[in-house]
Design a protein around this ligand. Structure first.
Ligand SMILES: Cc1cc2nc3c(=O)[nH]c(=O)nc-3n(C[C@H](O)[C@H](O)[C@H](O)COP(=O)(O)O)c2cc1C
Length: 377
């Protein structure tokens, strides 16, 4: 395909797959898409292991790495913030609310032990260190979410000849990213799983393309709600150079999702993917559960804390919820949740990642034929 993204990334089909799971990344790239590994949960040591594994399993196909460096975070400007120092900032009210909520479902909240020097979640310096390590591997793309990437990240990309992508959820954000010098815009509508804005993909993609066209030629990847090759074709008909997907890979055999979450995805409709601050402190789309209802609508809710404090609360809580549900506590299922977009309503089974890429290609070709037939004489 003659999309500028194909030329930039060395691929033939501009289907990008974001995943926290190395198996998905390698499988998508092997099948002719482009896997992007989410690095937020890694340390420089563990990312080295993950990328080494991908190199050994990707058959020389290209892949990328994604970090998350928030521009707006409650610890902005503070130096050397550790995970432990943040734990001390969580109010007893928030801890009691979490502990009592879990207790109602027979789940015990256990605080995970972290090393004294473990950096805070979403630490910018850690993200840059992860990228340094990543550049020892043949990565073909780096991406950042939740704001304009730091200058150092854009410079790293330029020094290595690797394009820098940035996720945006509003036209204003896209304009700032173009001014900062990013090479690719991931234009993500509110349908998306994870952190998202409030404008739909259908509107945001043409809005951004129109806003940037006279400034600089920056290819746009459409994101948010894209689960099929037909939707991919629709986005490219709107001017996108390809698509960036996340939720569709959660329902693959390779993914990190638990059996219970997979069952819940299959049972869910699009309206079950809600935008809530309950998981990270910023609005993020996730599967509605007792957890999101309690934080968003509970009469006794103390309200979610800002990022990164809410992530600290929810990490321990979801470790406990998932463990308890897997051990057979049927009530814990009501709390089980994970980031997923409105496209969850289209998930009806779990397939291999390779099969999903193949279906995207076939579906895309059918969509093109369908439109061609409509306009043929
Ligand atoms: C489980 C999950 C975790 C995500 N985590 C991140 C992340 O750490 N960094 C990031 O840039 N985007 C993250 N995203 C957003 C994806 O990169 C992507 O933009 C989004 O999934 C696209 O919408 P879709 O889910 O409807 O396909 C995540 C999405 C999901 C579903």
């Amino acid at each position: 395909m003659k999309s500028p993204i194909c030329a930039m990334l060395g691929i033939e089909f501009p289907l990008l797959a974001f995943s926290h799971c190395r198996d998905v990344v390698a499988a998508v790239s092997r099948a002719g898409g482009f896997g992007v590994l989410g690095a937020t949960v890694h340390s420089p040591k563990t990312i080295e292991q993950e990328l080494k594994w991908i190199d050994d399993h990707v058959d020389g196909r290209p892949y990328g790495v994604d970090v998350l460096i928030p521009e707006n975070i409650s610890t902005a400007g503070e130096k050397n913030v550790t995970w432990k120092s943040l734990e001390a900032r969580i109010s007893p009210e928030h801890l009691d609310f979490t502990r009592n909520l879990l207790k109602k479902y027979d789940i015990e909240l256990i605080t995970t032990n972290v090393a004294d020097n473990q950096p805070q979640p979403f630490d910018a310096q850690t993200a840059l260190d992860l990228l340094e390590v990543s550049f020892r591997h043949p990565i073909r793309l780096i991406a950042n979410a939740l704001g304009v990437p730091p200058k150092a990240m854009i410079e790293m990309g330029k020094a290595h000849g690797v394009p820098v992508a940035a996720l945006v959820g509003a036209k204003e954000h896209a304009l700032r990213q173009v001014a900062a010098g990013v090479d690719i815009l991931v234009v993500q509508g509110t349908e998306a799983g994870g952190h998202c804005g409030d404008v739909s993909t259908m509107v945001l993609v043409p809005e951004v393309i129109k806003a940037i066209q006279d400034i600089r030629d920056v290819p746009v990847l459409a994101a948010g709600g894209i689960m099929t090759g037909r939707q991919m074709a629709a986005c490219m008909a709107m001017g996108a150079a390809g698509v960036w997907t996340g939720s569709v890979w959660l329902a693959t055999v390779e993914s990190e999702t638990t059996e219970i979450f997979r069952e819940k995805m299959i049972a869910a409709s699009s309206r079950d993917a809600v935008r809530s601050r309950g998981r990270t402190g910023k609005p993020a789309r996730q599967l509605r559960s007792v957890w999101t209802d309690a934080w968003d609508k509970g009469a006794d809710s103390p309200g979610a804390l800002p990022m990164p404090l809410q992530s600290i609360i929810s990490r321990d809580a979801f470790n406990a919820i998932d463990r308890s549900a897997a051990a057979g506590n049927a009530r814990a299922r009501d709390l089980v949740s994970y980031f997923v977009g409105q496209g969850v309503g289209l998930i009806d089974s779990v397939k291999s990642a390779g099969a999903v890429v193949q279906e995207f290609k076939e579906d895309f070709a059918e969509a093109v034929e369908y439109i061609n037939a409509l306009v043929a004489e």
